[in-house]
Design a binder for this molecule. Structure first.
Ligand SMILES: *[C@@H]1O[C@H](CO)[C@@H](O)[C@H](O)[C@H]1NC(C)=O
Ligand SMILES: *[C@@H]1O[C@H](CO)[C@@H](O)[C@H](O)[C@H]1NC(C)=O
Ligand SMILES: *[C@@H]1O[C@H](CO)[C@@H](O)[C@H](O)[C@H]1NC(C)=O
Ligand SMILES: *[C@@H]1O[C@H](CO)[C@@H](O)[C@H](O)[C@H]1NC(C)=O
Length: 363
């Protein structure tokens, strides 16, 4: 949860508080099933499958071979079935009240869009509030916990515009920050660059000598950035901004969204994002090979952070919040009009449902 304001080329006068998810796929590292010495014992049918899959074998830094096997898919009509609704106030002080599953469905904040097969998650966009009052919104997390894997999100739209702060992230339900947090998609207002962040307790460092394409938010010291929060000096984890202007906000949406992939194993936690036209074929084919994707946008490696120690038992989280610790604190620097609370209070500033085109009020 960071506070940097990026170069802003447009100020949208409308908040787009809609998240449209195609699907989330969680792959597990199928290590044991593909040790080279086990190949001989495969049945004939498996050998056929193996031959077909030879193109997807990956090699770990220790030299062992593996493939990514699909473990879970969250998509379509059943997307919300395996999600827990986080209810009540926002722990990050956003001006939202997170509603129950029943309320979310009865108000159509959450639904499945038959027309294009996307899963929609929205905040309330109709109620007139007094400035400072909380708007109803949604935060969901997987019931299942993960200790690693390859997580691929296909996202058509993410909220953006003055006052809004959406996030797609993973964390443990308990003992924050002792089990770590990985922020995969995060932005505020009219940002155009997605921000990736790790939050840990003391002793985990981002090794800046690794290969990645993003720009570090904090200045490195001794070749590292510390990943624990230290509010006294204004450090909120270790973060990198993506270079692409289509990684969050207006341009992410107008070109159809894209893929965010997070690979978490004992060696690294790496994040890639691809706008829709650049999605690798292996991803589309459902046989991902991260080794062919080039340098990630950001990476935390085990060279300066013991990943198995600092990251455990994560659920996958989606939320839409407003103002709060991040979007509220950087609101004045955002060039958005008035105050964040005023902005949020008037539903005329919010887009209801999903207009496809760029609003004419952009300047
Ligand atoms: C939710 O959507 C359904 C189907 O479009 C509609 O009939 C219903 O009135 C909506 N409910 C609310 C509270 O807007
Ligand atoms: C960086 O190295 C210097 C000199 O060894 C040391 O004094 C300082 O505490 C180090 N800083 C961090 C953040 O480790
Ligand atoms: C990393 O942490 C794990 C789990 O706490 C521990 O078993 C392992 O020995 C640690 N590795 C190193 C290199 O310190
Ligand atoms: C932003 O500006 C308003 C009005 O000038 C001021 O009251 C508020 O304290 C400022 N907020 C922050 C976080 O600096």
């Amino acid at each position: 949860m960071l506070r940097l304001s990026t170069t802003i080329t447009t100020i949208s006068l409308l908040v787009h508080a809609v998240l449209a998810v195609q699907d989330v796929k969680a792959f597990e590292n199928g290590h044991s099933s593909l040790q080279p010495q086990l190949r001989k014992s495969f049945s004939e049918r498996s050998l056929v499958n193996l031959a077909k899959r030879d193109g997807v074998i990956e090699t770990s830094p220790s030299g062992s071979q593996y493939i990514w096997k699909l473990e879970d898919t969250y998509a379509g009509r059943t997307f919300y079935d395996d999600m827990r609704f986080f209810t009540g106030d926002d722990p990050t002080d956003g001006l939202v009240h997170y509603v129950t599953r029943e309320r979310a469905f009865s108000q159509n904040y959450t639904y499945f869009n038959e027309d294009d097969g996307t899963v929609i998650m929205e905040s309330d966009m109709k109620t007139k509030l007094n400035p400072g009052e909380k708007r109803e919104s949604v935060r969901i997390e997987t019931m299942k916990e993960y200790n690693g894997g390859l997580f691929i999100l296909d996202l058509k739209r993410a909220p953006w515009g003055c006052a809004v702060w959406p996030a797609y992230w993973t964390t443990s339900r308990f003992d924050w920050p002792y089990n770590g947090e990985i922020d995969i998609l995060e932005g505020t207002h009219d940002n155009e660059h997605n921000q990736i962040t790790w939050h840990t307790y003391e002793g985990c460092y981002l090794d800046v000598s690794q290969k990645y394409t993003g720009t570090l938010v904090d200045k490195p010291e001794n070749g590292t950035v510390q990943c624990n929060d230290d509010k006294k000096i204004g450090r909120y984890g270790c973060s990198a901004m993506e270079w692409s202007q289509a990684s969050y906000g207006l341009h992410f949406e107008t070109q159809g969204g894209g893929i965010l992939a997070m690979k978490w194993d004992e060696y690294t936690i790496a994040i890639w994002s691809f706008f829709r036209a650049a999605i690798p074929e292996d991803v589309t084919a459902g046989e991902p090979r991260p080794s062919t994707w080039g340098p990630p946008s950001a990476v935390l490696s085990n060279t300066r952070c013991n990943i198995t120690q600092y990251f455990k038992k994560h659920v996958v989280v989606f939320d839409i919040t407003f103002c709060g610790n991040y979007a509220g604190n950087n609101y004045n620097a955002s060039q958005c009009p008035g105050t964040c609370a005023e902005r949020l209070a008037d539903p005329a500033n919010l887009i209801v449902r999903a207009p496809r085109s760029v609003p004419s009020s952009l300047d």
